[in-house]
Design a protein around this ligand. Structure first.
Ligand SMILES: [Zn+2]
Length: 352
């Protein structure tokens, strides 16, 4: 396994539900400490790192990737020792029954309970999707007081998943957005300095409303920004002929021109697509109008920040096991790096 893959594995297996990112923060800090010129953790937990460029007057560019992942929080205990929970961030209730999860900082094993198929009373019942409010986590506690002791109110939980290699792909939890974190780490660790002044922001609480990126962008006050993501690939057997998938695995980095949170700056879209075409790096335009990223908060910071989102396509995001093609990952690292190396103030000059 390459070093970059090992870092990706550590990032994927670290737990970091929104507001509880410290495990991820420590993996990131270990990976970048030796290769940045300035490093600090801000008041709400974002990692802000600076890598100065060759040119003293280079463009001040923010590149962000969020450290948090979707997960669960304990909100109650019932008399039999089961845990009631809420989801933190967007999780589809259909994938929950029977899922293995890790509860709390000691990673207690837990299972989201499910009624055995033998006991379903009718075909109607088999087709119903259980609501999150009706589901419980079983941690093997004997009774309510033991459950309260092991997992008090407010305890976080995540999917319990392992990182695995599957041919040209890898699978694991939280590639949204640990893939982005790993890309940003790779770019910071590359030995050759860029022309621009690179402000890396590993942000918190994206999945609950782009909260970390908002304060990070204010503090950095960048001239332009790139948000990195692990994004939706829905290139599955098509049930609706005629609709194009959001993105597809194996077709290179996905460039966002518009999603629900922002419209990408056209000058940056031209920079990135032009760089890809010049170097023969395959890329795809993410189907417009879907999802949202940290760029949604960054572009509205202060007097406005021209922004773009670059993402690695991942199947099954926000589930226990996303799937990502390693060639797409490598091409995203290269496209980001090469785009940054071509970024100058001319790129950002506004045509009349
Ligand atoms: Zn994300």
């Amino acid at each position: 396994m390459s070093e970059s893959q090992m870092i990706l594995q550590q990032l994927s297996e670290a737990t970091g539900v929104s507001g509880d990112e410290q495990d991820v923060r420590s993996v990131v800090l270990n990976a970048i400490r030796a290769c940045v010129d300035d490093l600090r953790i801000d008041s709400i937990g974002n990692i802000l790192a600076v890598k100065r460029g060759k040119d003293e007057n280079g463009v001040r560019v923010m590149v962000s990737a969020h450290m948090d992942e979707v997960g669960f929080m304990v909100v109650g205990h019932n008399g039999d020792g089961f845990l009631k929970f809420r989801t933190v961030g967007g999780i589809d209730a259909r994938i929950l029954p029977g899922a293995s999860i890790s509860v709390g900082p000691k990673r207690l094993p837990g299972v989201i309970g499910v009624k055995p198929v033998h006991l379903l009373k009718s075909s109607d019942e088999a087709e119903q999707v259980a609501k999150v409010d009706d589901l419980m986590v079983d941690i093997g506690a004997k009774n309510k007081s033991e459950a309260e002791k092991l997992a008090p109110l407010g305890t976080y939980a995540t999917f319990a998943s392992h990182f695995r290699e599957l041919g040209p792909c890898v699978s694991g939890k939280a590639f949204d957005d640990r893939a982005g974190c790993a890309i940003l780490i790779e770019v910071l660790r590359a030995t050759e300095a860029l022309g621009c002044e690179l402000h890396a922001a590993f942000t918190v609480q994206e999945e609950v409303g782009l909260r970390g990126a908002r304060v990070a962008a204010f503090a950095i006050d960048p001239e332009c920004a790139f948000a990195l993501e692990g994004t939706i690939a829905d290139d599955l057997p098509k049930d609706k002929p005629g609709t194009s998938p959001t993105t597809e695995l194996g077709k290179g980095p996905a460039i966002t021109v518009m999603d629900r949170s922002f419209i990408a700056d056209r000058r940056l879209v031209r920079l990135v697509t032009g760089t890809a075409e010049e170097l023969g790096i395959p890329y795809q335009i993410k189907q417009p109008g879907i999802g949202g990223t940290d760029a949604g908060a960054i572009h509205r910071s202060r007097g406005g920040v021209p922004s773009i989102t670059l993402a690695v396509p991942c199947r099954y995001i926000h589930s226990p096991a996303a799937l990502m093609n390693l060639a797409d990952f490598g091409r995203t690292v290269r496209l980001l790096r090469e785009s940054l190396s071509r970024l100058t103030r001319d790129t950002l000059r506004r045509e009349p």
